[in-house]
Design a protein around this ligand. Structure first.
Ligand code: IMP
Ligand code: MG
Length: 173
């Protein structure tokens, strides 16, 4: 079934924001390297585009963690499905998340990563739905704050579909 999707954030707006975040990160980490931790699968698009806009040395690793089932409602259950391949000890880690909704996923994950003794640990959220927050999460870099709507595109899915849209849209269900 196809859904009707209306554009919330255009491709141009997304590109400009990623460029701006890349410049900001490059400035703040001048003389250092950054290690991007991409939370699969939703953050793949933003992580790759962001990495291209960072001018200090970049390494990347991937982990899969989820509090969601297949629909649009949070299950409240957080599980670690795939761990990182490399150590983060002594590294300047930036966790890249597609969207912070209830905050449950990241409030579980950040302490787990902090225990592994990175040199620094920051969080970048491409999208943030502050109205939906159940658990407090410290966000260091935000792409866009959005209203309480279910969105797709730029990595975000509805039942695994629409991740490939080059913009962020609201799906009418
Ligand atoms: P949290 O643990 O409630 O903050 O949930 C974060 C995760 O829920 C994200 O990484 C997404 O996978 C998923 N999610 C939350 N809101 C949306 C949405 O509007 N569209 C697609 N996925 C979403
Ligand atoms: Mg996710």
């Amino acid at each position: 079934m196809e859904h009707k999707i209306s554009v919330l954030i255009s491709e141009e707006e997304v590109d400009a924001k990623i460029r701006q975040l890349g410049e900001q990160i490059s400035k703040e980490y001048e003389g250092e390297a950054v290690h991007l931790v991409c939370i699969l699968k939703g953050s793949v698009f933003i992580t790759c585009e962001l990495a291209k806009r960072i001018t200090v040395p970049v390494t990347m690793d991937f982990m899969s963690i989820s509090s969601y089932g297949d629909g649009t409602k949070s299950s409240g259950v957080v599980k670690l499905a795939k761990d990182l391949d490399e150590t983060i000890e002594g590294k300047n880690v930036i966790v890249v998340e597609d969207i912070i909704d209830s905050g449950r996923t990241l409030s579980y994950l950040l302490p787990v990563l902090r225990e592994r003794k990175p040199k620094s640990l920051k969080l970048l959220a491409f999208l943030d739905k502050p109205d939906r927050r159940v658990k407090e999460v410290p966000v260091d870099y935000t792409g866009f704050e959005i209203p309480d709507e279910f969105v797709v595109g730029y990595g975000l899915d509805y039942a695994q579909k629409y991740r490939n849209l080059p913009y962020v849209g609201i799906v009418e269900v």
